[in-house]
Design a protein around this ligand. Sequence first.
Ligand SMILES: Nc1ncnc2c1ncn2[C@@H]1O[C@H](COP(=O)(O)OP(=O)(O)O)[C@@H](O)[C@H]1O
Ligand code: SF4
Ligand SMILES: [Mg+2]
Length: 471
Amino acid sequence: MTDAATTAGAGPKDALLAAEDVKMHFPLRGGLLRTVKGHVLAVDGVTLRLRRGETLAVVGESGCGKSTLARVLLRLLEPTGGKVFFMGNDLTTQKLRVVREERKHLQMVFQDPMSSLDPRMTVKNIVAEPLVVHQEPEDRPLGIALLALLTFFHGLCAVSAGLGLFLWAALSEYLVTVPSGLEGIAALFLLGYGLLEVAGSTGLWQLHTWAWWLLLVQYAGALALWFFLGDLILVGASAVLLVYLLAVRKQFASGQDTTNRVLELLELVGLKKEHLNRFPHEFSGGQRQRINIARALALNPDVIILDEPTSALDVSVQAQILNLLTNLQKKLGLTYLFITHDLSVVYHIADRVAVMYAGKIVELGRTEEIFAQPLHPYTKALISAAPVADPSVKVERIVLEGEVPSPIRPPPGCRFHPRCWLAFDACSKTEPRLFDAGGGRLVACFATARDLGMEEIGGPEISAKQKDRRG
Ligand SMILES: Nc1ncnc2c1ncn2[C@@H]1O[C@H](COP(=O)(O)OP(=O)(O)O)[C@@H](O)[C@H]1O
Ligand code: SF4
Ligand SMILES: [Mg+2]
């Protein structure tokens, strides 16, 4: 790939998100010893720059490596080669702990809204999950942390006492053969009480509001019990904890904050307060994708990678979700990497389009230019199948023959040559590199280079004409 991929003029560290010659080759194992028999070249040398505030669409047939590229960009997959930069930091060399921190600003929305939502979680918990996971330890007030530890040990003591009593009752029954139901009941009570307290303390540690209510009821119950039993020391201890719990009520604002933030996010994506405690199966496909978008927005990200976010939806719902994404982008200043197999979807949403074929980018440019004048034969075929730019313009339909190439053994030279009607000798021998066709347009095609007078064939260096064009 030539440095023409950097037409933005800036290096990868200057882009918001950048892929630099990224490769993802999955090993293919077989035989008894599961030895590596070959590789799936899912992504094979992709260079991209995502600029702040733009929508860059990555378009290509199913299986051309779009989702794999997205996963590598998020470092959900370790790339075989190349680098990924996010806000100037090389994500490929960072520790996973640091990458997880970076992912606060880099979120993803997946294609199938249902399978990316846990069916056992309510909308509130789904949307709040990133907030809870990324909660900093210093967000937890010291008083609450101390109370959580105290409650945890208190619960642990009650569980141990319950178990001890249970064992003692069982043993004494066995040895002395005196039935003693009272110890059994007391042991069960202590066990239940202790376990509830342990659960409450972990909830307290994570600042869940339910933990506050659980402990409030528990300490109030304990206070009443010790009062009737006449145990002054325990009455005093429970009363102190109860008063303390009421005193730190305000510090539980972060639990309340989470709920408020979830409500705010639901409103942003067009859902309502009454949806808060419902489960994913109670929603339509479009609403589920709205929940996914709300979750992706929870941590105020800079970039959202949208992997075919509307492919599983009806056409009318697709339009609603695309409108929502456009409005959110304007409102929140988001940057999108929009992955799709459907070129007609990108026309209204993308500023630039990168066309991918068999693990490589074959053309990249501004959306209106790509639609008005596609340069690569593969892009021409895609556009001819989705003439959305101007319905009055008659576009000759190009029907691609042949199969999508195997990512295990891609054709030599230009990967598109077995299906290309313009192919000539050099195409099956040498791999075309992306060249700069001017105005930020990159194309990897010998015929296009020849037609534009760029003599790109086989040359390792950018031709003099290209250099002139770029100034
Ligand atoms: N974990 C994996 N192991 C082996 N091959 C994979 C794996 N993930 C994806 N692939 C292969 O990589 C190629 C690209 O897949 P993918 O990125 O999902 O394509 P797209 O999203 O464009 O449809 C496909 O041939 C797919 O079978
Ligand atoms: S390089 Fe050759 S085979 Fe590839 S798209 Fe261009 S003309 Fe077709
Ligand atoms: Mg995919």
